[in-house]
Design a protein around this ligand. Structure first.
Ligand code: ADP
Ligand code: ASP
Ligand code: MG
Length: 399
């Protein structure tokens, strides 16, 4: 079998951990498999590099940020290859560029355009274990790019696709995908399997156990994806096309802490004004999420929406740049709590149960949005974890 394994930050967080990972890789290799291993930076490393850059500039250049951030993954890839060689197994470390990972030029959130896996395949043919720095690639004009936070998952899935691998294993610090973040709700239950669609919703709504774009790509390429722990040998969670979980209406709860709310007041209540606001935000590549507009009074309306916290300053600058008579308020002390489940399509009363549950604990919802398979609510940040726990209880997800 050709197996792609990905080890996240905590899995390679210390030299001892890298040694443990080397042993795990070797044990798979000894079973006769070909191994391609994608690694993240040591845990905390990427954040540390960002802080270092911010020491010098509030708004550092994205191109230089990519040169900086890609270094974290390169360090672990080299160390793991050296560890493997030290144990008598031939290994070669590749940066994103050396692995043939070609992206567009959108620095700090580049998209993969294609992978040219010749070097990987040649090394495999020579019997080597290939270790690749995740989270990075190279643009067509030769600049280093990174794929957005959590992007090593995407590197792994994309490489599994390019190599037509039999299996893609994502190793992390929990046993798999749970009904909610087990660090928030210890009663959370590990799922043996989950559908791509539900996983994609959970990941997009803040469950960072898998990066959302990696799930999207896994679905598109129909990759055999498993997430499991690198700290034990427990079975993980299989992410598959469809699960036949009769009766399971809600499959999980997600918490997204990276949200901020913007309210634009004093907006003329006439056609074209909202278009103008959201056009400038999209031109600046700001990801707008929930939007509500209050019905106008005296020809004046208010529009509120959410953006990722790290894009808040950029959003406010963009709106101020419009030169309109808006008054702009923002609030970063909010979180988004979401309930996800494909079974919700055919059941009523799911939303009202969520609203009642929050009301009983006196938690106010500032914004609500729904789709066929999810309900999202914006609440004050200090109530986020409590909301997750009481909703987990209300839908009996521990059962
Ligand atoms: P890695 O560094 O291995 O990529 P991450 O920190 O990105 O790991 O993702 C793993 C973390 O995701 C877990 O430690 C857990 O706290 C969090 N998490 C959030 N939601 C879930 C969930 N539904 N199931 C499992 N883990 C979750
Ligand atoms: N090191 C990067 C991050 O922290 C990528 C990853 O770990 O997947 O976001
Ligand atoms: Mg991750």
């Amino acid at each position: 079998m050709l197996i792609v394994q990905k080890y996240g930050g905590t899995s390679v967080g210390t030299l001892e951990r890298i040694d443990e990972v080397a042993k795990r890789v070797i044990s798979a290799k000894k079973k006769g498999n070909d191994l391609v291993v994608i690694v993240s930076a040591m845990s905390g490393e990427t954040n540390k590099l960002i802080e270092w850059a911010e020491y010098f500039s509030k708004n550092p250049n994205d191109r230089e940020m990519d040169v900086l951030l890609s270094a974290g993954e390169r360090i672990t890839s080299a160390l793991l290859a050296i560890a493997l060689s030290g144990k008598g197994f031939e290994a070669v470390a590749f940066s994103g560029r050396q692995a043939g990972m070609i992206t567009d030029e959108f620095h700090t959130k580049a998209k993969i355009e294609f992978i040219n896996p010749v070097a990987i395949k040649n090394a495999l043919k020579e019997g080597k274990i290939v270790v690749i720095a995740g989270f990075q690639g190279i643009s067509k004009n030769g600049d280093v790019t990174t794929l957005g936070r959590g992007g090593s998952d995407l590197s792994a899935v994309a490489i599994a696709g390019a190599l037509n691998a039999d299996l893609c294993e994502i190793y992390t610090d929990v046993d798999g995908v749970y009904t909610t973040d087990p660090r928030i709700e210890p009663k959370a239950r590990k799922l043996d399997k989950i559908s791509y669609d539900e996983m994609l919703e959970l990941a997009s709504l803040g469950a960072k156990v898998l990066q959302n774009r990696s799930v999207e790509l896994a679905k598109k390429l129909n990759i055999n994806l498993v997430t499991r722990s690198s700290f034990n040998n427990n079975e993980g969670t299989l992410i598959i096309g469809e699960t036949k979980m009769e009766g399971a209406i809600v499959s999980g709860i997600a918490l997204d802490r990276n949200q901020a709310r913007v309210t634009v007041r004093n907006v003329d209540d006439k056609p074209g004004v909202a278009a103008k606001i959201f056009k400038i935000l999209s031109q600046k590549e700001i990801n707008v999420d929930m939007i509500i507009q209050n019905t106008g009074k005296d020809g004046i309306a208010n529009i509120s929406f959410t953006v990722p916290q790290n894009e808040l300053d950029k959003a406010i600058d963009a709106l101020n740049g419009l030169g309109e008579n808006f008054s702009i308020e923002s609030d970063s002390e909010i979180v988004k709590v979401s309930i996800v489940g494909v079974g919700m399509k055919s059941h009523s009363g799911i939303a009202s149960k969520a609203f009642e549950t929050l009301a009983q604990s006196n938690i106010n919802m500032q914004m609500i949005s729904t789709s066929e398979i999810r309900i999202s609510m914006i609440v004050e940040a200090k109530y986020g974890e409590l909301a997750v726990r009481i909703l987990h209880d209300a839908y009996e997800l521990d059962k």
